[in-house]
Design a protein around this ligand. Structure first.
Ligand SMILES: Nc1ncnc2c1ncn2[C@@H]1O[C@H](COP(=O)(O)OP(=O)(O)OP(=O)(O)O)[C@@H](O)[C@H]1O
Ligand SMILES: [Mg+2]
Length: 266
């Protein structure tokens, strides 16, 4: 049975834990950015991760994607420990991410930006591809790139330099590049930052659509309307400590959350 077939209301607390975070602490020269955080993401779940500025959300993403290592604790993905693994290996295992500050390559076309993600899906470095990775591989990369551009409605802009895209479309380009790695888990760091309400609504539908098609998503976001409308579960961090981990309705009336976060407004 695939995770998508197994999906059901009780799954979120079931055995199909795609991502398991166990007692993770991260200290930066005396500052504890995350303290003994334990949580998980089940296959095909859409989970929100919220908390005030500096709560440790991006730090958790950097730990999951291998950019930094935990000081204590362990992260497991798809049954394997990620301890000591480099970011490119973790990406190849099936974790795709976007960055809080967009990291697209402005002087490359939209198509080429997404191809970089697709190369990873085929286990190729850009250098191997330049050296001629074989017709079948390059056809596969082009096909995957076109498919992903289609998913994010950027096909018409394939030949445009990324720098010339509108800000809103650049956000989708960043998501497209992550999708092109063919991830099992997509982690999105503030995808709605800088978008207006209409664009945020469209993004919410897009993310929910990905999950309906079988994707698993962990979403960091300050826009409460987005998080509360689409997430099945919401994890709340405050000063590096997990203070809540429940369905959106429960989290919204949790006194500790109201005090530390929601009370401060959007
Ligand atoms: N590489 C680093 N070196 C030193 N301190 C860091 C580093 N990365 C993060 N921190 C610190 O860890 C804490 C958590 O930061 P983090 O970026 O994870 O917060 P965040 O929840 O993503 O905040 P925001 O909502 O503003 O993006 C902050 O105090 C930050 O200054
Ligand atoms: Mg952050």
């Amino acid at each position: 049975m695939t995770p998508a077939q197994a999906r059901g209301p009780t799954d979120a607390r079931g055995d199909q834990r795609l991502l398991e975070i166990s007692g993770v602490t991260r200290v930066f020269s005396g500052l504890t950015a995350l303290k003994a955080v334990t949580t998980h993401v089940a296959a095909n779940e859409l989970v929100g991760l919220i908390g005030p500025n500096g709560a440790g959300k991006t730090t958790l993403f950097n730990l999951i994607s291998g950019f930094i290592a935990p000081t204590e604790g362990e992260i497991r993905f798809d049954g394997r420990s990620l301890s000591g693994m480099k970011p490119h290996r973790i990406a190849r295992l099936g974790i795709g991410r976007t960055f809080q500050n967009l990291r697209i390559l402005p002087n490359m076309t939209v198509f080429d930006n997404v191809s970089i993600g697709a190369l990873a899906a085929f286990g190729q470095t850009p250098w191997q591809a330049l050296a001629g990775g074989g017709g079948a591989v390059s056809r596969g990369i082009s096909e995957l790139t076109r498919d992903v551009l289609d998913q994010v409605a950027l096909s018409d802009a394939a030949g445009v330099l990324a720098a010339n895209l509108s800000y809103g479309r650049r956000k989708y380009l960043e998501i497209a590049r992550a999708l092109a790695t063919r991830p099992k888990l997509l982690i999105l760091d503030e995808p709605a930052a800088g978008l207006n309400d209409t664009e945020t609504g469209e993004l919410a539908s897009f993310i929910a659509g990905l999950v309906r098609k079988g994707m698993t998503v962990l979403l960091v976001e300050h826009r409460m309307s987005l998080v509360m409308s689409i997430c099945q579960r919401v994890i709340v961090l405050a000063s590096g400590v997990k203070i809540a981990d429940a369905d959106p309705a429960t989290v919204q009336r949790d006194p500790a959350v109201l005090e530390s976060y929601l009370g401060t407004g959007e």
